[in-house]
Design a protein around this ligand. Structure first.
Ligand code: PMP
Length: 302
């Protein structure tokens, strides 16, 4: 993982020189917010997928975590495009991070400066190319998704991801690809970094957003699926409903549309990517690559 330049508070800095002090507040306590965005190569050049919505979510995260920055949404949007351009990348993953910097290390964050960075790099399929075609193996995590009153699930707060890392480590050590977390009541929420969908009798379901991140891929899939004529519903379910679903898949900027073929040693249907998942996946990639006229407004060409 490497590119040439990283944007730091308005300046392009060499990748290897993009460093921070070890007493940076966020480094100790996770006091930052971030985004994960993708840009795809299209026939008309590189296009960022739903950049406006990602910027909107970043600014909402900043509001929730009480962080003020001097850059406007438009400036941030331009900075993202400039960073892709300067790195000469045709397609990439984009990681804006706004964090509490170095001043003191008390738990009061307000005395620490707010610093902004944007890194971009080439990143293929998050769970592997094979995962997109064959599906992945998962387990229900023994770690519950952080309680809704612990922090905020609406904000992409760095520290929230310790919860995801525990779930991910457990899954990897069990020889699996990904974890599915339940909430503290036992209802299904999402993966360590992905929203979850399942299909039963032709209806597509996903979890309500109260207990999960408001995924932008999730929102895109709901719109795409409805446009394709599928019925889509939000529903709280227990783990066993997943075991008997016809299809299950994850959605996320990194994971894109990744089929789930196994949960807790239960094979999902035939243990491979299902037909509805495949249809939606194909449509999603066509849209991201600028091949669908109807959804061109989702693309921000650089
Ligand atoms: N849930 C969590 C916990 C995530 O980290 C992500 C990745 N940002 C998602 C869901 C999917 O969100 P999006 O589709 O906006 O990437």
């Amino acid at each position: 993982m490497k590119a040439e330049k990283i944007w730091m508070d308005g300046k392009m800095v060499d990748w290897d020189k993009a460093q921070v002090h070890v007493c940076t507040h966020a480094f100790h306590y996770g006091s930052g917010v971030f985004e994960g965005i993708r840009a795809y190569e299209t026939e008309n050049g590189t296009a960022v997928f739903r950049l406006k919505e990602h910027i909107e979510r970043l600014f909402n995260s900043l509001k929730i975590f009480k962080m003020d920055i001097s850059f406007s949404k438009e400036e941030f949007r331009q900075a993202i495009k400039d960073t892709i351009k300067v790195n000469k990348l045709k397609s990439c993953y984009i990681r804006p991070l706004v964090y509490r910097g170095y001043n003191d290390l008390s738990l009061n964050p307000f005395n620490c400066p707010v610093c902004c960075t944007i890194a971009v790099w080439e990143w293929g399929a998050y769970l592997g190319e094979e995962a997109l075609a064959q599906g992945i193996r998962t387990k229900i995590s023994s770690y519950a998704r952080s309680s809704i009153n612990s922090t905020s699930q609406k904000a992409k707060i760095c520290g929230n991801y310790v919860n995801s890392i525990f779930a991910k480590m457990e899954a990897i050590e069990a020889g699996l690809d990904e974890a599915i977390l339940l909430d503290t009541r036992g209802f299904v929420t999402e993966g360590s970094g992905e929203n979850l969908f399942w299909i039963r009798n032709g209806v597509i379901y996903t979890t309500p957003t109260a207990t999960v991140l408001e995924g932008i891929t999730r929102d895109s899939i709901i719109k795409i699926a409805k446009d394709m004529g599928y019925q889509v519903q939000e529903k709280y379910i227990c783990r066993d409903e997943l075991y008997i679903s016809d299809e299950v898949f994850f959605s996320g900027t990194a994971a894109e549309v990744t089929p789930v073929r196994e949960i807790d040693n239960y094979q999902i249907s035939e243990g491979k990517r299902g037909p509805v998942t495949e249809n939606i996946q194909r449509k999603f990639f066509a849209i991201a690559k600028g091949e669908e006229e109807k959804y061109l407004s989702w693309l921000d060409y650089i």
